[in-house]
Ligand binder design. Structure first.
Ligand code: ATP
Ligand code: MG
Length: 436
């Protein structure tokens, strides 16, 4: 019988990689808290209508990327393809829209896409949303927060901020009409996808990766010419605030974003270090969405970033955290009495040195085979119990690494002296863990 394998596009994140994930998550967690954002945890499954009504029926996500199924009660449910819709739903349902409200979340998202590097069917996002503030200072806060993240992760020199304003709904409607008129006359020259979008969602054509279509767009009307005055003013203010804060950006008049709910400021952070999947973070204003989903009229802005792409970016930029050994101390013991004693003493050590990685050899075996495992664990020091040690109330410390050997060598210490000896060694070794 063939082995069962993971679903295409849904990856295991293996122990080699989890330290980088944990590092990114820890940096994000601390950063958003430092800006006053509170975590919200949301269901992975929602009613299908939530996504249809928010993301939009004629978007890539709703048209062809959603994992939708009927449950046993015949209700149509969908694995969330993104986080904003669920966050807005929860904010309305739980009365969180007293303002301002700053929220963030993290977790898996699901889209039926063609898997490739940086593009998966189950992927992970961190999302940040702020409700209740319509002024551009909030737009600037969002962007500054994201900019600070690149600084902290050490990848600021590898990302570029792209900025645009897509204006009000009515400004977009006017522009849409002008764009359609222009492109209708050149319909035959458009790629197939864009021809289809011309009828359903023409603004998405601006997003096309097809060079011939992009060339056609060079002469097309530009959205900025159709912007309403308020959007213009707000956009100017956002840029002014970013200038003042020293955050560089490029204006990208073709940046429209793939979801329907955006208005005014939209932005993306892109990198050229990941090939085709270059957008690591994307967001914008969505002032109409709360009302559209049945809440009061509450302005909002948010962004989401893809953790897989962040992890890849860290790897590509040689900014991964240093790998750490799984053990600092490895416990070797032979004989039932020795094992009993080792187990008890180690629990005392865990009390005395919180955070120190103490790995107990399990499963028995000769000293020789235990030392092999000890060496492999990356531990600096082995604590060894045999019959002699048990009889004399001692334990033998044996250095496993050259750099530790000078200080530790091999010595037998009385159990009462063990904690003191360890404390001195740890200080010398500069292991932050367990020093408290
Ligand atoms: P793309 O143009 O790459 O398909 P998108 O516009 O569909 O991106 P958003 O819905 O804005 O992406 O999601 C925000 C971020 O989430 C993206 O910038 C990206 O970093 C990440 N992301 C989106 N889809 C995927 C995916 N299938 N696999 C991995 N990361 C993803
Ligand atoms: Mg996409």
């Amino acid at each position: 019988m063939s082995n069962i394998r993971a679903i295409r596009g849904m990856s295991d994140i293996l122990p080699d990689e989890t330290p980088t994930w944990q590092y990114v998550e820890a940096v994000v967690r601390e950063l958003v808290a430092s800006y006053g954002y509170a975590e919200i945890r949301l269901p992975i499954v929602e009613q299908t209508d939530l996504f249809k009504r928010s993301i939009g029926e004629v978007t890539d996500i709703v048209e062809k990327e959603m994992y939708t199924f009927n449950d046993r009660n015949d209700d149509s449910l969908t694995l969330r393809p993104e986080g904003t819709a669920g966050c807005v739903r929860a904010a309305i349902q739980n009365g969180l829209l007293t303002t301002p409200r700053r929220l963030w979340y993290a977790g898996p998202m699901f889209r039926y896409e063609r898997p490739q590097k940086g593009r998966q069917r189950q992927f992970h996002q961190v999302g940040v949303e702020a409700f209740g503030v319509s002024t551009p200072d909030m737009d600037a806060e969002m962007i500054l927060l994201s900019a600070r993240l690149w600084q902290q992760l050490g990848v600021a020199d590898g990302v570029q901020l792209q900025l645009n304003s897509i204006g009000s709904l009515s400004a977009r409607a006017a522009y849409r009409q002008a764009l359609v008129e222009y492109l209708q006359q050149r319909r035959e020259e458009l790629d197939e996808d864009s021809q289809r979008r011309l009828d359903s969602n023409p603004l998405r054509i601006l997003d096309s990766k097809n060079p011939q279509t992009q060339a056609l767009l060079d002469e097309a009307p530009v959205l900025s010419a159709y912007l309403d005055q308020e959007s213009r003013d707000d956009f100017a203010r956002v840029r002014e605030l970013l200038d003042a804060a020293g955050v560089a950006y490029v204006e990208n008049p073709r940046l429209v974003r793939g979801l329907d709910y955006y208005n005014k400021t939209v932005f993306e952070w892109v990198t050229d270090r990941l090939g085709a999947q270059g957008t690591v973070c994307a967001g914008g204003r969505y002032d109409g969405l709360v009302e559209q989903l049945g809440g009061k009229s509450v302005p909002a802005i948010g962004f989401a970033m893809g953790i897989e792409r962040l992890v890849l970016l860290l790897q590509a930029s040689a900014q991964e955290p240093k790998p750490e050994p799984t053990a600092d101390l490895y416990i070797v013991s032979a004989g039932e009495g020795a094992q009993r004693e080792a187990l008890a003493v180690c629990e005392q050590l865990r009390d005395a040195f919180p955070g120190l990685r103490i790995v107990q050899h399990t499963g028995g075996g000769s000293f020789k085979s235990q030392f092999k495992k000890a060496d492999k664990s990356g531990a600096r020091l082995a604590l060894v119990w045999g019959d002699d040690e048990v009889a004399s109330g001692t334990v033998t410390l044996k250095a496993l690494r050259d750099e530790s050997g000078k200080q530790a060598g091999q010595q037998t210490v009385a159990l009462e002296q063990l904690q003191q000896t360890l404390r001195a060694l740890l200080a010398d070794w500069d292991i932050a863990r367990g020093s408290s």
